[in-house]
Design a protein around this ligand. Sequence first.
Ligand code: R5P
Length: 300
Amino acid sequence: MKRVVIVGPASQALGIELARVLAIPSIQTEFKTFPDGENYLRLDIADESVIKEVDAIILQSCGPGRGTDATQNVRIFQLIMMIDIVKRLGAARIQVVAPYLAYGRQDKIFRPGECKFAEVILQMLERAGATDLYTVDQHAPEIFNAVNIPVTNVDPMPALADYCQQFDLQKVVVVSPDKGAVERSKAFARHFGENTPVEVFSKERDVKTGEIQMTGSMEVQGSDVIIADDIISTGGTIMAATRELRAMGASTVTAACTHGLFAKGALPRLKEVCDRVVSANTLEGAASEVSVAPQVARFV
Ligand code: R5P
């Protein structure tokens, strides 16, 4: 069976790398926004038969980029367009890889009158024609139950931990910024040795104001702390954790995350308080130092 990577507009570097790791060809897209704001996308192919009976791997992360042409919503629409195109052209299998799936944190009803939009996104991709879904370090993997197609949640923690081994860290303590991230932190810590301690903060976020309260007492005096989280958005979580860790005597603080959104200029602000800020390349950015291509390639 022939295979091809369709490189979505949001994942140029990762798409090309994935095709290289899999040793299969890639197809680019042409896209634009019409003057009225509608999106347009076509596969950059001269002959539509190249997709017939092919296994198409569509790679498109759905995080925000620069400008109104690259919002999460635009990325999702482009993804749906790509799925629909390869379906119309008779692809045998449509494997959709969305390393960062937007709206993942809207996985529950936090306040009356809300929508579980994380589930709706998955359902839209299934409905469009995806036969298999792959994502990386999904915030709440329980949402996968909302669809009938197989969904694979790729774990980037081994690669992030391997990357952090290069830093001169003597007495490592892994810190989970909240109770929801404990399993991820434990998985991360295992790569530094079975006995690497994992400490856990208790985090309360006001659902209306977004304000964060971070509490916890932990043994980090003289330690090299690594905070492992799935997402850094505004950086509020890492800032609050780092403040507490410094007050408790941590020697160094490294922030490691899968999805570096770095909203509202968070990266430079974080670099002022942390010793290092590292992210995987599910989103392309200045801190995206760890590639998930080899891990994704193992599953598709
Ligand atoms: C929340 O549960 C997530 O795992 C992240 O901790 C959160 O999204 C980070 O957001 P921010 O950087 O804005 O604090």
